[in-house]
Ligand binder design. Structure first.
Ligand SMILES: [Zn+2]
Length: 818
């Protein structure tokens, strides 16, 4: 069943009496409030309540975002619990648990009467999201009249971008207590779903580190660990994949329950660029985003920019750096659900300590896409900031102003936004002969767990999937003859409200060839290609015409839950949604996973894959590698640079005991470990450690190559696999691999080296963008080499990239075993 262990929005009850704190075990809405509540009955006298709404300062003992203050996650949820208790305009709900078990919360903020009617307002938004559920024009007019604009603001998904999490308390308090006309209009016409942080674990990690290092040389540095247990910064790369507990919980809130018209994700960036970057975004736009959404995104940005300028705030830039190409971010996934996704990026302080930024530093800062210099004056950046002290409170003021700008637009044009939201969904369900009618997920594929997971991911995002209980004849292209597809295949029709989401996940991406006059590529903000079936190794086809569809419709069975899918692909019930998979290993090798003191996202994702597949492993520390005590059958080096692994954290900013990496002694010990019979598995960048230091004949042909001659910022490429090699047991002769500024090997004439997979000799690009493909055509992509009594296995690409590349996980599993 698609049933997570989180509170359902259905458990929101009418407020206005003591029932709102009902102790019913199914009503977990109030868990947090209950924990800070001292008495059982709440009396609601609105005048008295306003007087009693506690300010953040009165609770925390400091004003959030003042220099060198920080509220940790327990303080933040405590504050929101008190706000919930004291104000009839605030209702706090637990969304579920974070990866490390912390409560995730959302605060609904609106007028007292809207808060009483939340369930009704939610149902209106849900209906507008799916025009097929609206009977006629008069029902539509009623929904628009009664509905409210649903706006979600989410803070500090990237935990070192800490200020917004602190700002969230100031924003909530101001909205709950201010009596000005604009606030009244906002509360009356919108429902704000404020998420103080979509990564509670990271807020705690950063707060603990900041407090511990205050007044030391490390003050204001990033903590020396991932601020999301598995993903670190990549927690904002998971919004179509849904590997993480946090993405699952918020995706459910947004795309199964509330269908917000606006999603605003509040970030920070580096220190020496513009002060604040907002939409409109830079090119290229994703062609699957509705043009009207791109225009609405721009409108919000300009409203924010105008309001900031009116307050005399300089350094605000639009049309720079960030684009709308890629699908997987917090604010980009909403575009594919017909919602207006907004990103803002404020210049950072040193966590919660002020930073002094000189004009000279600004002058020397690297040009950003669309903004040559933070000191430049142009249309998209008319009022440059010229340097000075940059405080968390400056960021607070900017983010508060931007949040209000968005809320006031959403309030003022409430009816327009609701109607547009409905209309985009409606245009998506209209017949469109320019796109496939459906995609078919073929029955009988070898990796049944992966197929089930793929369907589950689609379902979780609210995409409808049908099971075929009957063979159908379909055309895979407009011109070809119909083929029979077997029963128990799955069909995903494109005429759904989120048609663009379906297309963007199933289609191959063709990134526009963007190079400047010197032939240098203009890098996309994130990756260029992500086609999900390719990454997951799931066989799907376009369907352009289904023979006798109308007659056959009755034989299609809508997928209602994941156990239905599992039964179809001959798996037992999973027991838990997004559950674990069976350990694929046949032996029990002693596995060591290198984990340096710096934070490595690739190490985190490797851990994620091992934990998901219940593969036991141990972390291998710098100290261990330096000592040479390495009692493992296999050691994995995640994709990090040689410098990161060998030199580690900089001792000028971090304590000596965690600085310095494995050092030269560690490199010698790794080589000795292999010579004595160990197996070393390197992913992508970390192969450099071996290439530079182990004296093999292997070379990375892309090392030092100029971007104008070869460039691939994140695409799916074709492999030709030697399936006779035991390392390729679990994979077919042609496979899709993830390449992101990765490597390609020339192995020389060494008889000890066996090539397990090569990049395809031609047409290697399957989805995304690649310049100078010839450089990698036919080059080795996965090799195994003997060294002494042991072996080194080198992946030139990313076999477990972001936990998404299920198609190449089997290569990793095979590499773990003899
Ligand atoms: Zn960020």
């Amino acid at each position: 069943m698609l049933k997570p262990k989180v509170c359902s929005v259905h458990s929101i009850r009418s407020r206005g009496n003591a029932l709102r704190y009902s102790a019913s075990p199914r009503l977990c809405v109030k868990n947090i409030a209950r924990s800070v509540r001292s008495c059982g009955l709440i009396l609601l006298f609105s005048a008295a309540i306003v007087a009693q709404v506690p300010s953040p300062k009165s609770v925390l003992g400091f004003q959030p975002t003042d220099d060198k203050t920080i509220a940790d996650w327990s303080q933040i949820i405590d504050y929101f619990g008190r706000l919930d208790k004291a104000s009839n305009k605030v209702l706090v709900q637990e969304l579920g648990k974070s990866t490390l078990g912390k409560p995730m919360i959302v605060a609904y903020i609106s007028s007292a009467s809207n808060i009483k009617n939340l369930e009704k307002l939610r149902r209106i938004s849900q209906k507008l999201a799916d025009p097929r559920t609206v009977a006629d024009a008069s029902e539509l007019e009623g929904l628009i009249r009664e509905g409210r604009t649903i706006v979600s603001i989410s803070c500090s998904i990237h935990s070192t971008e800490i200020v917004a999490s602190q700002m969230s308390m100031n924003l909530a308090y101001e909205l709950a207590t201010a009596g000005d006309d604009e606030t009244k209009e906002i509360l009356e016409n919108t429902v704000l779903m404020l998420i103080p942080s979509s990564n509670p674990d990271g807020i705690q990690i950063v707060a603990d580190w900041y407090r511990k290092t205050l007044g030391t040389k490390s003050e204001g540095t990033s903590p020396p660990e991932l601020y999301h247990h598995y993903a670190g910064h990549d927690n904002n790369r998971d919004w179509f994949m849904l590997n993480l507990a946090e993405t699952q919980a918020i995706t459910k809130l947004y795309w199964q329950e509330w269908f917000p018209q606006f999603v605003y994700d509040v970030h920070q960036m580096g220190q020496t660029g513009a002060r604040f970057v907002i939409p409109p975004f830079f090119d290229p736009p994703n062609p699957r985003i509705s043009p009207s959404i791109l225009r609405e995104v721009g409108l919000v940005g300009y409203k924010m920019a105008a309001d900031l300028q009116a307050k005399g705030i300089s350094g605000v830039a639009t049309n720079t750096t960030f684009d709308t190409w890629w699908h997987g971010g917090f604010r980009s996934a909403p575009y594919f659900h017909n919602s207006i996704g907004i990103l803002s990026e404020a210049a950072s302080a040193d966590l919660m300590s002020p930073a002094v930024i000189t004009k000279d530093q600004l002058q020397r800062s690297r040009p950003a896409r669309g903004l040559a210099s933070p000191l430049a004056t142009d249309t998209a950046h008319p009022d440059a900031w010229e340097g000075g002290t940059w405080r968390p409170a400056d960021i607070n003021q900017i983010e508060m102003t931007a949040s209000r700008a968005l809320l006031s637009l959403a309030a003022k044009y409430r009816a327009r936004y609701l109607r547009n939201f409905y209309e985009i969904g409606k245009s998506n369900i209209a017949r469109d002969d320019s796109v496939p009618q459906a995609f078919v997920i073929m029955a009988g594929q070898p990796y049944a767990e992966t197929v089930a997971r793929f369907v589950e991911i689609l379902r979780w995002q609210g995409i409808e999937v049908y099971q075929m209980t009957h063979e159908l004849w379909v055309k895979h292209s407009k011109t070809e003859e119909p083929h029979e597809i077997p029963l128990n295949s799955f069909l995903v029709f494109t005429d759904q409200p989120q048609k663009n989401n379906i297309l963007s996940l199933f289609e191959k991406q063709v990134y526009p060839n963007r190079v400047n006059a010197n032939g240098q590529p203009d890098p996309p903000y994130d990756v260029a290609g992500w086609t999900l079936p390719l990454q997951m190794g799931v066989e799907t086809y376009e369907v352009w015409d289904i023979r006798d569809l109308e007659r056959n419709r009755g034989t299609l069975k809508k997928v209602e839950n994941i156990d239905q899918v599992r039964a179809v692909v001959n798996l037992g019930p999973s027991g838990v949604a997004f559950g674990k998979f069976a350990n694929p290993l046949r032996t029990q090798p002693r596995i060591g996973l290198y984990k340096g003191h710096g934070s490595s996202m690739d190490e985190g994702w490797t851990r994620f894959v091992f934990d998901t597949y219940q593969i036991p492993y141990k972390p291998v520390t710098d100290t261990q590698v330096k000592s040479g005590d390495l009692p493992y059958d296999v050691i994995i080096l995640p994709a990090d640079s040689e410098n990161f692994i060998v030199r580690g954290l900089n001792v000028d900013r971090y304590p000596a005991e965690i600085s310095g990496g494995i050092g030269d002694a560690g490199v010698r010990n790794l080589k000795k470990y292999v010579e004595n019979g160990g197996r070393l598995v390197c992913f992508d960048d970390s192969c450099e450690v071996v290439i530079k230091n182990f004296g093999l004949s292997v070379k990375n042909v892309l090392a030092g190559v100029d971007r104008k001659d070869f460039y691939n910022p994140g695409s799916i490429v074709k492999l030709e696999v030697d399936t006779r090699n035991p390392l390729a047991r679990g994979i077919s002769e042609e496979a899709a691999a993830y390449f992101t500024n990765s490597s390609a090997f020339d192995v020389g004439q060494d008889a000890n080296v066996r090539i397990v997979a090569r990049y395809a000799a031609k047409d290697a690009l399957m989805s995304g963008w690649m310049l100078g493909e010839k450089r990698i055509n036919g080059k080795a992509a996965l090799i195994e080499t003997d060294l002494g009594k042991g072996k080194v296995i080198m992946f030139a690409f990313r076999p477990q990239h972001r936990g998404q590349t299920f198609g190449t996980f089997p290569l990793v599993f095979d590499a773990l075993e003899k």
